[in-house]
Design a protein. Structure first.
Ligand code: TRP
Length: 332
């Protein structure tokens, strides 16, 4: 078995869209890429979480592979990070069952994501309720010190910590209690058409959302037609100028330059100048990711082989934890 002396990290992204958006890229993927240097990193595509709401099987299969391709195209290196698909590691649902049996109905039904999602569905699946136990299993199997997630997953991480502590107390030291590392930028990238709302795959109009796989033409169009604010001064002021501030945040994230420097560059210039430049920067930084994704998707067998190898590594580690848990709860 491969052992690493580096601290461990685990995170997952759901396979529910053809393209990840800029918020995923800046908020999550870029951090995943940074962490793979300093951590023994496990990143997976949460296809089992995806079916907690209805999914078309053809779409799900395609989106799983597309998400994997985007992970790699954005810089995750299968030699450094373990990249895998959740359903290829059976210990996830196996541990989830044990954790479900230590989670109360009250705890599960208090989760705000469950309340929001179930309010929007006509048919509420049991899986939507047990979703956080599966997420806790995803994490606890690998005993990570740190789990990078968006702000919307904070409560699920709290529950994961509680379940780990509860299990350890009842059955003896088993799990590392992981720290959440809340990804600040995910919360900070807003819809281009409606800068009051987070950039998200569930927003009705794709015009406000920058997809990682957008071509140069639509990227440019979306940025140029972004909603800006009254006045004409380019300043960072999320309250008074949410549209321009959002563009500045994106600019800063893609160039790794401080917002203040960018604002100084645009003194006396107009919104249009900023948009033209940002469109160019976005095309330049995202085009290679798009091209690499397309290349990877042309050789599905090779992509699947990378995922199989990732699953084999994940299985090795997950199996050890699961065996320990099964033993502790008294499974013969
Ligand atoms: N629920 C997470 C989301 O929608 C995805 C996810 C599933 C996850 N399992 C995880 C994230 C384990 C971190 C760790 O964003």
């Amino acid at each position: 078995m491969t052992t690493s002396s580096l601290p461990r990290t685990v995170s997952g992204i759901q396979a529910t869209s053809d393209s990840l958006h800029l918020g995923n890229f800046i908020g999550a993927l870029q951090q995943f890429v940074a962490h793979q240097e300093s951590h023994d990193a496990f990143y997976f595509i949460a296809n089992m979480h995806a079916i907690t709401v209805e999914q078309d099987p053809t779409d799900l299969r395609e989106r799983t592979l597309r998400t994997a391709a985007q992970f790699i195209a954005a810089g995750l290196d299968p030699e450094k990070s373990t990249i895998f698909v959740q359903s290829q590691v059976p210990a996830h649902p196996q541990l989830s069952w044990v954790l479900e049996c230590t989670t109360s109905m009250g705890e599960a039904s208090r989760m705000t994501q469950f309340k929001d999602k179930s309010a929007k569905q006509e048919h509420v699946s049991l899986g939507l309720l047990t979703y956080p136990a599966l997420m806790a299993a995803d994490i606890l199997l690998y005993n990570p010190q740190m789990v990078p997630v968006g702000e919307d997953q904070r409560q699920h991480l709290e529950l994961t910590r509680n379940l780990a502590e509860r299990f350890n107390y009842r059955f003896g030291e088993t799990f590392v209690v992981p720290e959440a590392q809340i990804l600040k930028a995910t919360a900070k990238i807003y819809d281009l058409q409606n800068p009051g709302a987070k950039m998200s795959k569930s927003l009705p109009s794709p015009q406000g959302r920058i997809d990682l796989l957008d071509d140069a033409k639509s990227l440019t169009k979306k940025i140029k037609s972004a909603v800006t604010d009254d006045g004409k001064e380019i300043a960072y002021d999320p309250q008074a100028k949410p549209g321009v501030s959002n563009l500045l945040t994106i600019y800063s994230s893609l160039t790794s330059r401080p917002v203040d420097d960018i604002v100084a560059d645009y003194e006396g210039k107009m919104y249009g100048h900023l948009k033209v430049d940002l469109a160019e920067i976005a095309v330049e930084s995202l085009a290679p990711v798009r091209e690499r994704t397309e290349e990877l998707l042309q050789d599905r067998a090779q992509l699947q082989a990378i995922l199989d190898a990732g699953a084999a590594k994940a299985n090795e580690i997950a199996e050890v934890t699961l065996r320990d848990v099964y033993d502790k709860v008294g499974f013969v």
